[in-house]
Design a protein around this ligand. Sequence first.
Ligand code: GUN
Length: 283
Amino acid sequence: MAKLIDGKVISAAVKERVKQGVAKLNEQGISVGLAVIIVGEDPASKVYVANKKKACEALGIVSEEYALPENTTEDELLSLIKELNAKKSINGILCQLPLPRHLDEKLIINSILPEKDVDAFHPSNVGRIMIGDYDFVPCTPAGIMEMLAYENIEVEGKTCVVIGRSNIVGKPMGMLLLHKNGTVTICHSKTRNLKDICLGADILVAAVGRPKFVTEDMVKEGAVVIDVGIHRTENGLCGDVDFENVSKKASAITPVPGGVGPMTIAMLMQNTLTAAKRQNKIG
Ligand code: GUN
């Protein structure tokens, strides 16, 4: 049976670190502020935003929530972002995705000042990740790297396979593993011989978006398996990995729920603290 990589424990450790960092800035008379924008009524987005607000409060980060109606125009949203870009007390700006269809997501993301882009979605921050000179990393891959470090799982020299090539998870995940001297393969829906490639993985990251996609016959004995997926099924929540069977083969594995999920908000808090430090020329 694999060791469970416990996202609740590791995210608590990250949040404690951030809380201390925020307190240290507060002692110097510097507050840390995060603005969260949500447009429309998507129920899942509302839950995420509420959780982000709760996390801020627990760590001493001042959160400002901007809940805008579904029919908000692009100009209205851009003008709010412009205002927040200029607002001294706001260090980080997050615009919850997905946006209603009439709003151009790319245009909105690009309008956030890169220094305040705590999601690391702006092309400037994406490019900085590519060259290995970055302040912010998208929260999910950042959380996974934190988990590997916490568990003393060495990446250098390892064969790392990422299934999924999204801009938010797969691509930055691959880059972060590469920066740690892993040998990285990024797989996707057109990949041939996926099973054989996965079987070579010492570290396997599943970010496919399909329930129980990774089965035990795709996993090498002793591999580290990281499950980014979360799916609501008739039998409760599950991930992209068939946990019950894969956990018998892996040496370490993240559960769903309680694995990667709790890490993402913790890393958002970390990025917000980093933003505040950079903007105040500390650290
Ligand atoms: N929607 C789902 N996940 C995220 C995230 O990490 N950031 C933003 N801005 N929107 C999301």
